[in-house]
Write a protein that binds this ligand. Sequence first.
Ligand code: C5P
Length: 248
Amino acid sequence: MSPGGTGNANRGRETWEDRVITALDSPNWAEAELLLGRLPAANRRVKVGKQLFTREGPAAVAKLREAGRDVFLDLKFHDIPNTVAGAVASAAGLGAWMVNVHASGGPRMLEAAGEALAGFRERPWLIGVTVLTSMDAAELRSVGVADDPEAQVRRLARLAHEAGLDGVVASPGEVAMLREELGRDFLLVTPGVRPEGAAGDDQRRTATPGRAMADGADYVVIGRPLTGADDPQAAWNAIGAELAPRNE
Ligand code: C5P
């Protein structure tokens, strides 16, 4: 595993608060800022996706960094190696803490992404996306993949690992298998997480933050249970009650 940005150097000393990434799924900066204002100050890691970034661009990342947040830039790059390498370097230039690419872009694309980050003194974690959780076996077959989703996730995670990526995004159902396969140092970033008692929303295969961590997740991505809570501080505390004992 290579060294990373400010947040990354401290990975071994991270508290449970550092391991929660809040999804800022907002249509524009005004709404993202409102959300941010409702989140506890201790929640310093946030995820910016295609919706907010396409609307607001690098300024959103810059403002979040000014507000003391580490930014997971969730743009899931997928293109020819040279283009992805450039995009990943641009993300590093913005000061992103974590960035992701589609592992199905293949080994040369993954390696080019890694090489593009080599020159940065503080670089983001480079994470692979395996199979989108919206795809089932029938959809995989329709794009020419005969294997079931779990086998394809395993294949793509291995590919990401071999290419030297820092980790992959994994759903709660895959975390234990990937941790077992790929060892302690490979980062597993897990969305689809719902604290005990929270609504599932449109997520289907969910796990509690405590379960995801027990299975081997390094980071949990949580959106609506925090951003949509009547009392985000109380929701945060409930997540802490699950995670804090595991971090001691
Ligand atoms: O609100 P919720 O907790 O469901 O938000 C989860 C976040 O993680 C969203 O930004 C969603 O797009 C993202 N995500 C996911 N499942 C994946 C990859 C990303 O839910 N497999």
